[in-house]
Design a protein around this ligand. Structure first.
Ligand code: URA
Length: 443
C-alpha cells in the first residue's frame, strides 16, 4: 500500500477498500504515515465523505489501534449485570453525566463512563468533577472494574491505549479545520465507546448553536451513522436528538455545574435538565433490558419479568444522591467538601424589559473566557469560573433585574466575558413593562 495513492483516491472521490483503510490507520498509528499525509487524507474525507462501509471499517481500524477493554462478566453483589453508557456530542451547561451515571447505577447495571475534557466552548465532564477536592480521573483498568463492581458507576479518563489512532488523528483534525466532518466525528466517538467495552450505548446528539453540528439535519445524519457503527460492532446503540441552542440548566462552568448536578440529585434543579436526564435514563434502561414502570410502582407482572420504579422516583427519594456519593468517594473525592467559589462575581442586569433568550455558543464562550476552559492543550482550568444564568430562555424580566453573573478567579478576565455574554443575550420586547417594579413582589 501507498499513502499517496490512498490520498489521491479519496481526493478524486473514490471509495477506499477495506484493506486500504485498515492499512493506513495502522501505518499512521505506527508512525509510518506522516502527519502531513494523514492531515491531507482528513481534508479529502472532509470534502468527499466516507460511505457507511468505509466508516465502519475506519472505526474498527481505530478500535484495533489499541486495547479493547473487556467488561463482559461484570458482577455487582455476585450478580452479572449489563453495561450501558451514554455519550453526549457536547454542549454548554451539559452536566447531565454527573447525574445520569449515578442515577443509572441505582439499577442492576454498570455504567462505564469514559469522559473527556473541555473542547473549545464546550465543557468536559472530567474538568467539572475535578472541582471536587481529592477526586481522581485517572484509573487503570483493574481499578475501573473494581469500582464498577462495587458502585456500578465510574466516570474516568480514557487511557492512552484506548483508540490511540483517534487520539492522534483528533489532534491533527483540531489544527487543520477538519473536525466538523460527520464520518470522522462518528468514527472518533464510536471507536472510543466500542474500545471501552460497553454492551449498550445511548447517544445524545445535539443540534443548535452550542453543538458541534448546529444544523438539525446534520445531527440526525450523525446519529444515523453512529447507530449503524454500533450495530456493526455488536453494541446496542440508540440516539436521542436534543436541542442545544440555549444552555442546559442555569450553570455553565465547572464547579457551578457540579453544584447544579447536586441540586438535581437532591430532588430539585432545573426542569430542562431533569427532563433530559430522565429521558436518557429511560432509554439506557431499555437498552439494558430493564422494564421501568410508571412512577412509584414496584410490581412483578407474574410472568417472571419484573418492572422497577422509574428514574424520577430515585432522584426524589435520595437513592441517586447516595449512589453519587459512593461514586465520588470511590475515586478519592470528598462529596461533602466545599466547592471552589470565584473571588470575583460580576452581576449582569437587564438594560430593558423583555423576554430572555441566551445563545448557547455565546454563553459557552463567555464561560470559557472567564477561565472555565483552556486555550492550549494541557493548561489548567479555573474550576470556580463560569456563568450563572439567573433568568433563562423564555423568562420575562424587568429593566434593572439581575439576569446573570460572571464568576472568575482572575478579575482581568471579566470584561471580555461580559462582552461575549452581552452579545449572547436577546431581550424580545413584550415582556413586563419598564417601570413595572410595583408588581414585583420580591422587590
Ligand atoms: N468528540 C469526539 O470524541 N470526536 C470528534 O470528532 C468530535 C467530538
Amino acid at each position: 500500500h501507498d499513502a499517496v495513492r490512498i490520498i489521491e483516491a479519496k481526493r478524486d472521490g473514490r471509495e477506499l477498500d477495506d484493506d486500504e483503510i485498515t492499512w493506513i490507520v495502522d501505518a499512521f498509528t505506527r508512525g509510518e504515515v506522516a502527519p502531513e499525509q494523514m492531515s491531507a487524507l482528513a481534508m479529502a474525507i472532509y470534502f468527499r465523505g466516507l460511505n457507511d462501509r468505509e466508516i465502519s471499517r475506519w472505526t474498527t481500524a481505530m478500535v484495533d489501534s489499541g486495547r479493547r477493554l473487556d467488561l463482559s462478566g461484570l458482577t455487582r453483589g455476585g450478580r452479572a449485570v449489563p453495561t450501558v453508557d451514554k455519550h453526549s456530542t457536547g454542549g454548554v451547561g451539559d452536566a447531565i453525566t454527573l447525574v445520569l451515571t449515578p442515577l443509572l447505577a441505582t439499577y442492576d447495571v454498570a455504567v462505564p463512563q469514559l469522559s473527556g475534557r473541555g473542547l473549545g466552548h464546550t465543557g468536559g465532564t472530567l474538568d467539572k468533577l475535578e472541582s471536587i477536592p481529592g477526586w481522581r480521573a485517572d484509573l487503570d483498568g483493574d481499578e475501573m472494574r473494581r469500582i464498577l463492581s462495587d458502585t456500578g458507576a465510574v466516570i474516568c479518563a480514557a487511557g492512552a491505549d484506548l483508540a490511540p489512532a483517534d487520539r492522534a488523528l483528533y489532534a491533527l483534525r483540531d489544527i487543520t479545520g477538519t473536525v466538523p466532518s460527520i464520518p470522522m466525528i462518528a468514527a472518533s466517538i464510536m471507536s472510543k465507546k466500542i474500545a471501552e467495552g460497553t454492551g449498550a450505548l445511548v447517544l445524545d446528539v445535539k443540534f443548535g448553536s452550542g453543538a458541534f453540528l448546529p444544523d438539525r439535519a446534520d445531527a440526525e445524519e450523525l446519529a444515523r451513522v453512529m447507530v449503524g457503527i454500533g450495530a456493526d460492532a455488536g453494541v446496542r446503540t440508540s440516539a436521542l436528538i436534543t436541542a442545544m441552542h440555549t444552555p442546559l440548566g442555569r450553570a455553565v462552568g465547572n464547579a457551578l455545574e457540579v453544584a447544579e448536578a447536586r441540586e438535581i440529585l437532591a430532588g430539585g434543579g432545573p426542569a430542562d435538565m431533569v427532563d433530559l436526564t430522565c429521558a436518557l435514563a429511560e432509554e439506557m434502561l431499555a437498552a439494558a433490558g430493564i422494564d421501568v414502570a410508571d412512577a412509584g410502582s414496584l410490581a412483578g407482572d407474574g410472568d417472571g419479568a419484573t418492572t422497577v420504579d422509574g428514574p424520577r422516583a430515585r432522584l426524589a427519594d435520595g437513592r441517586a444522591m447516595d449512589s453519587y456519593r459512593s461514586m465520588i468517594s470511590a475515586q478519592g473525592g470528598d462529596p461533602d467538601a466545599a466547592l471552589p467559589v470565584a473571588a470575583n462575581i460580576h452581576e449582569v442586569r437587564a438594560t430593558e424589559a423583555g423576554r430572555i433568550s441566551w445563545d448557547a455558543l455565546g454563553v459557552g464562550r463567555a464561560s470559557w473566557l472567564a477561565g472555565a476552559g483552556r486555550s492550549a492543550p494541557g493548561e489548567s482550568v479555573d474550576h470556580s469560573a463560569g456563568v450563572l444564568l439567573h433568568r433563562v430562555e423564555g423568562e420575562e424580566v424587568r429593566a434593572g433585574e439581575v439576569i446573570a453573573a460572571v464568576h472568575a478567579a482572575d478579575a482581568d478576565r471579566i470584561p471580555a466575558a461580559l462582552t461575549e455574554l452581552d452579545a449572547a443575550l436577546t431581550l424580545e420586547p413584550g415582556g413586563p413593562a419598564n417601570g413595572g417594579a410595583a408588581a414585583d413582589a420580591a422587590g
